[in-house]
Design a protein around this ligand. Structure first.
Ligand SMILES: Nc1nc2c(ncn2[C@@H]2O[C@H](COP(=O)(O)OP(=O)(O)O)[C@@H](O)[C@H]2O)c(=O)[nH]1
Ligand SMILES: [Mg+2]
Length: 121
């Protein structure tokens, strides 16, 4: 009976959690994307002003609830030294968002290279 009730409770109230990685070169706009998503989907969240976003050091986690799903966004630093960590997180996540600065043509090939690396560790 307990299992049945707790199962029902979970079904009704618990959200399915999914981890989504946000990858891309440094300065591509990953943190901006995360802040914008939180502002749009979390009713009571007052987004931090976009001009205040500075380089992410380490890991920046943001949670967004969409319907019955809770998305946990992992915004990883894009600096070269941190890229080696990507594949560790990559193995554990449900989805990946890869951010590219389309106006930064000089770094497009660098971005492609970084994109390919964690896919073939
Ligand atoms: N014009 C413009 N600037 C952006 C956009 N997204 C990010 N930026 C700017 O690009 C810079 C780097 O953004 P940030 O989110 O810190 O990049 P991150 O290093 O990938 O987290 C910041 O100065 C942002 O304000 C965008 O869509 N349009
Ligand atoms: Mg950042």
């Amino acid at each position: 009976m307990y299992t049945l009730l707790s199962g029902l409770y979970k079904y009704m109230f618990q959200k399915d959690e999914y981890c989504v990685l946000i990858l891309g070169l440094d300065n591509a706009g990953k943190t901006t994307f995360l802040e914008q998503s939180k502002t749009r989907f979390n009713k009571n969240y007052k987004g931090m002003s976009l001009s205040k976003i500075t380089t992410t050091v380490g890991l920046n986690i943001g949670t967004v609830d969409v319907g019955k799903a809770r998305l946990m966004f992992w915004d990883l630093g894009g600096q070269e030294e941190l890229q080696s960590l990507w594949d560790k997180y990559y193995a554990e996540c449900h989805g990946v968002i890869y951010v590219i600065d389309s106006t930064d043509e000089e770094r497009l090939s660098e971005s492609k290279q970084a994109f390919d690396t964690p896919l073939h560790p």
